[in-house]
Design a protein around this ligand. Structure first.
Ligand SMILES: [Zn+2]
Length: 256
């Protein structure tokens, strides 16, 4: 086993043995992305696979009348366009960055070749896809059954899990798009959260969260989903094979 010094923050990549990780590294491009950047549009070919090291990306379903709703959130625990291993295909959702971050990007055909060669890569992708499907099914039920207060608190907690501090750089417009509701509904709900001490808004308009109080408001989906996904990752992914650390190399591509 050869040692390799590449330091990654992505949980799937970190679980790969060095020789399997080495199948990917020659093809990786380091990218950074800003909030609101669109990584893939609905209908686009899934020609790139992204492994985020930080930040948060939401998968948005867009209706013909322009309404949107989020059905999944992805951060350093996952991979964007992982379904491309099934063969060339087009995206059914639009992937929008909600919290800026960094990722390793690889062309889908190169990733499919490595996937075919490495049982370890197949395993981490399969674990991730199962976790993604679990989230997708749970959020679909949550969107249909639960009130906007519980759903908004759930999204805020999920986003908070993927930022380094208590401040979420999110606009009310972005939250309205996530929830599939009007902005005025978000304003009213945020006022209730503020009155309950669950959030504060800082000078920049960013949201500072109080996790304990938000947990009291969030629907049960947050705890159930996180527990199941965490259990799946802990049981099925090996200990990190590569040191977990912020991705520090320079970036060749930036999305704004
Ligand atoms: Zn729910």
């Amino acid at each position: 086993m050869t040692a390799h010094s590449t330091r990654v923050g992505n949980r799937l990549l970190a679980a790969l043995p060095p020789e399997d990780f080495g199948l990917l590294t020659p093809h990786f491009q380091k990218v950074s992305f800003e909030p609101d950047a669109v990584l893939v549009r609905s209908g686009d070919e899934l020609d790139q696979v992204y492994f985020p090291h930080s930040g948060a990306v939401t998968f948005m379903v867009e209706m013909p009348d322009g309404q949107t709703v989020a059905n999944t959130l992805l951060g350093r625990e996952g991979a964007l366009a992982s379904f491309s291993v099934l063969g060339p295909s087009r995206s059914s959702v639009t992937a929008i960055v909600r919290v800026g971050g960094t990722a390793s990007r690889i062309a889908a055909p190169k990733f499919r070749l490595a996937y075919a060669r490495s049982a370890a890569i197949r395993h981490v992708v399969q674990v991730h896809v199962r976790a993604l499907l679990l989230q997708l099914q749970h959020v679909a039920a949550c969107n249909a059954l639960h009130q906007v207060e519980g759903r908004l608190a759930r999204w805020l907690l999920q986003l908070h899990d993927r930022v380094p501090d208590d401040v979420l750089p999110l606009t009310q417009e972005a939250l309205a798009q996530l929830l599939g509701v009007r902005r005025t509904t978000v304003t009213l709900t945020m006022n209730k959260f503020r009155a309950a001490g669950a959030i504060r808004t800082d000078r920049r308009g960013f949201i500072e969260v109080n996790r304990t109080r938000l947990n009291g408001i969030a629907c049960e989906c947050y705890a159930v989903m996180e527990r199941r996904i965490d259990r799946m990752y802990c049981h099925e992914l090996s200990e990190p094979q590569v040191a977990l650390a912020p991705f520090q190399e320079s970036f060749t591509v930036a999305f704004r």
